[in-house]
Write a protein that binds this ligand. Structure first.
Ligand code: GLU
Length: 281
């Protein structure tokens, strides 16, 4: 199988040094393996995605010397694919509608009988308030969650291969970790169609991605992605989670750190080679 990787930014702000590192690393790894590098536009959150940001991020990536096949996949064009995946899980009785707000979740998770609150890939682990509701009771504003406990009955748990520096090796999924470290994830939201977790596994499979190269912050989410691939019979890529680029104070770079935006460095006259050496590539 041809080595295929992707860089999947959300067009919700400027591309910064952390993104540049991730994209350059994926591009370099694909090139040295004689493989393919794809660009995917993760624009499911239509309330924040902007065509201007998409145009700017493509301009910045091209300036850095990256090339990718066009047209690139845009998530907002594939809502029916995510819906079909969700429907398959629902048909097997593995989903339920949830009406809890963030505030409800934090109140329930910090109730005295719950002990110290636990955090998973999406923040506080969902305490299961709506778990007994059935899909026939779903109301228009509800999110749809996966019932991890029910889904655990669907065959032996798989694992995945990780090659990144912090967690290199084979990782097996365990029921205990899925229940206590992940919790019932949101698969679809009222305004977004699908959640990131559902869309990313559908997209990676549809695009034949063999290697996912992305930031260390998504390592724990990979256990959930592998579980969704298992439930949906999707192929699983190998994973490589790289270290995050941090600022001088050790803080992770965020989209709002405009000072680190690639466009700013371009305007200041830096070259793509200088950006590469700033991120140690
Ligand atoms: N749009 C996601 C992000 O920027 C992609 C993550 C991934 O590569 O899976 O965080």
């Amino acid at each position: 199988m041809t080595f295929t990787t992707r860089f999947a930014p959300s067009p919700t702000g400027p591309l910064h040094l952390g993104h540049a590192f991730s994209a350059l690393l994926a591009h370099d790894m694909a090139r040295s393996a004689g493989g393919r590098f794809l660009l995917r536009i993760d624009d499911l959150d239509q309330s924040r995605a902007r065509p201007e940001w998409e145009a700017q991020l493509k301009g910045d990536l091209a300036w850095l010397g990256l090339t990718w096949p066009e047209p690139c996949r845009r998530q907002s064009d594939h809502l029916a694919d995510y819906r079909a995946a969700l429907d398959r899980l629902t048909a097997r009785g593995l989903t339920y509608p949830c009406q809890c707000s963030r505030r409800d979740i934090s109140a329930a998770a910090s109730a005295p009988q719950e002990g110290a609150p636990h955090f998973g890939p999406d923040g506080l682990i969902y305490p299961g308030t709506c778990r007994a509701r059935s899909m026939s009771e779903a109301r228009p504003g509800d999110a749809i969650r996966l019932d991890i406990e029910k889904a655990l009955g669907q065959g032996a748990l798989p694992g995945f291969t990780e090659t990144g520096p912090a967690h290199a090796g084979q990782h097996l999924l365990t029921a205990d970790y899925l229940l206590t470290g992940i919790g019932d994830p949101v698969l679809a939201r009222p305004q977004m169609g699908a959640s990131y977790h559902l869309s990313v596994v559908v997209d990676d499979a549809a695009q034949g991605v063999t290697h996912v190269i992305r930031g260390e912050d998504l390592f724990t989410a990979t256990f959930l992605h592998r579980f969704l691939q298992h439930l949906l019979d999707l192929p699983t890529p190998a994973y490589h989670h790289h270290a995050l680029i941090r600022d001088a104070a050790g803080k992770r770079l965020a989209k709002r750190d405009d000072a680190r935006a690639i466009a700013r460095y371009r305007d200041d006259g830096l070259t793509p080679e200088q950006i590469r050496s700033m991120v140690d590539l």
